[in-house]
Write a protein that binds this ligand. Structure first.
Ligand SMILES: NC(=O)c1ccc[n+]([C@@H]2O[C@H](COP(=O)([O-])OP(=O)(O)OC[C@H]3O[C@@H](n4cnc5c(N)ncnc54)[C@H](OP(=O)(O)O)[C@@H]3O)[C@@H](O)[C@H]2O)c1
Length: 169
């Protein structure tokens, strides 16, 4: 069965960006390296059109799938499929895992659908004060910490499993 992982970097106060135009260039070397390794391992990246616009080009050596109802982008496949239907389509194309690369809307949509198996979260040692949160919807989801590492620049590289069985109140 195909699996999806969520991959994100947050400021120490929990934001993925200051605003919609803020590209994720503020993360450290260790985060960038892990992002490239894990997304290449998956072979397919899924993101929202706002996130794609901040990157401005397809991520090479990976199939780029962009959620949009209105736009098209060269080098990317556009979709508005329900998350489960997209996963089924990708499974039929031979993918074993899918990297869910944000932003907040897309993270929330896949999380709410119960399709995220693993979360790779990097906590960078900086504060934004305000901005876009990792998720934009209320949720309660228990996680299990699988591994943690500290980079030279003081970022925390965390890996969590999403516990689907336990639903705390
Ligand atoms: N720090 C990190 O790790 C990280 C990672 C990723 C992104 N980011 C940041 O997050 C910010 C963007 O996040 P965001 O939440 O504002 O936007 P987003 O999730 O990247 O994209 C939202 C867009 O996706 C499309 N969309 C959403 N649901 C859809 C559906 N069901 N069907 C079809 N299209 C759908 C819509 O595009 P249309 O309007 O085109 O229809 C919507 O405007 C940026 O600043 C980016 O840099 C940070």
């Amino acid at each position: 069965m195909i699996k999806a992982f969520l991959i994100a970097a947050v400021s120490a106060d929990g934001f993925i960006a200051k605003n919609e135009q803020h590209a994720a260039m503020w993360t450290g070397k260790a985060d960038k390296k892990r992002f490239v390794e894990l997304t290449k391992r998956a072979g397919v990246v899924v993101m929202g059109s706002t996130t794609y616009a901040t990157i401005g080009r397809p991520l090479k050596e990976r199939v780029n799938i962009v959620y949009s109802r209105t736009k098209t982008f060269e080098g990317a496949e556009i979709t508005s499929l329900e998350p489960r239907a997209l996963m089924q389509e990708l499974e039929s194309r031979g993918f074993k895992e899918v990297a869910i690369c944000g932003g907040s809307h897309i993270y929330s949509m896949f999380m709410k659908a119960g399709l995220i198996d693993t979360i790779y979260l990097t906590i960078e040692p900086l504060l934004f004060g305000s901005g876009i949160s990792l998720f934009n919807e209320e949720m309660t989801q228990r996680l299990k910490l699988v591994s943690s590492a500290e980079s030279e620049s003081g970022a925390l590289l965390l890996e969590y499993k999403v516990e689907h069985e336990v639903k705390p109140q």
